[in-house]
Design a protein around this ligand. Structure first.
Ligand code: NI
Length: 218
């Protein structure tokens, strides 16, 4: 589980927030799986040129982010969804579909678009075997988390919560392998910063590259 961002500089973020708030919205249940259908009560932005412009900007910023690349190693992303929760809206506990648009969903992400002070409730709550963790990030920040988890969105009790959600099929299916490669990325970068292209750096880079070759699904 990882927080990424803010994805955009403040001026760009403000423009995207404004554009997203002005989008036409419809019932969000159209993208819910069979069992999630009954617990989902939100809106989602309707197709159109304005939506495409918002999504293109956010998807490009996400893909370009080095932490996202390192943690997710994306092979492909599903179509992103702009979701909106007004007062009383919520998304009850559910697990995301394993397959979406022909992709295996390894990772889920939520990009928070609304300023957290502008609404109450609306935290994303992710459950594991120990605890339920409530996540409410600053506007422009992304939480990347395993798609294997049960999670929910708490009811909004004031204001409006706008967010963008999406899923990643990773080149590396196994979360433990993804974590090893993520850690190695940090080690390689730190080594280069400290020593430049040293013998140590070459050895570490070679190891990362060869692990990737072993594990990658193309
Ligand atoms: Ni979900």
């Amino acid at each position: 589980m990882l927080v990424i961002g803010p994805l955009l500089p403040p001026a760009d973020l403000a423009a995207v927030q404004e554009a997203a708030a002005a989008l036409p919205f419809g019932d969000g249940r159209v993208t819910a799986g069979l069992h999630a259908h009954g617990v989902k009560a939100n809106d989602q932005a309707q197709p159109g040129a304005e939506l495409e412009a918002v999504l293109a900007k956010l998807e490009a910023a996400l893909r370009a982010h080095p932490l996202f690349q390192s943690a997710a190693r994306p092979k492909a992303l599903t179509r992103l969804i702009v979701s909106r929760y007004n007062i009383g809206q919520t998304y009850g506990l559910h697990v995301d579909n394993a397959l979406m648009q022909g992709l295996r969903t390894d990772l889920s992400f939520t990009l928070f678009l609304s300023d957290p002070e502008s609404y109450d409730g609306g935290a994303l709550v992710i459950e594991d075997h120990f605890e339920a963790r409530a996540i409410k990030l600053s506007a422009g920040e992304v939480i990347l988390y395993p798609a294997t988890t049960l999670h929910r969105v708490e009811p909004v009790t004031r204001g409006t919560r706008l967010a963008v959600v999406g899923w990643v099929q990773s080149l590396i299916r196994d979360p433990a392998q993804r974590e090893i490669l993520f850690d190695l990325d940090q080690a390689v970068d730190a080594c280069f910063a400290a020593e430049g292209k040293s013998a140590q750096f070459d050895r570490l880079s070679k190891t990362r590259s060869n692990l990737l070759r072993m594990w990658v699904e193309t």
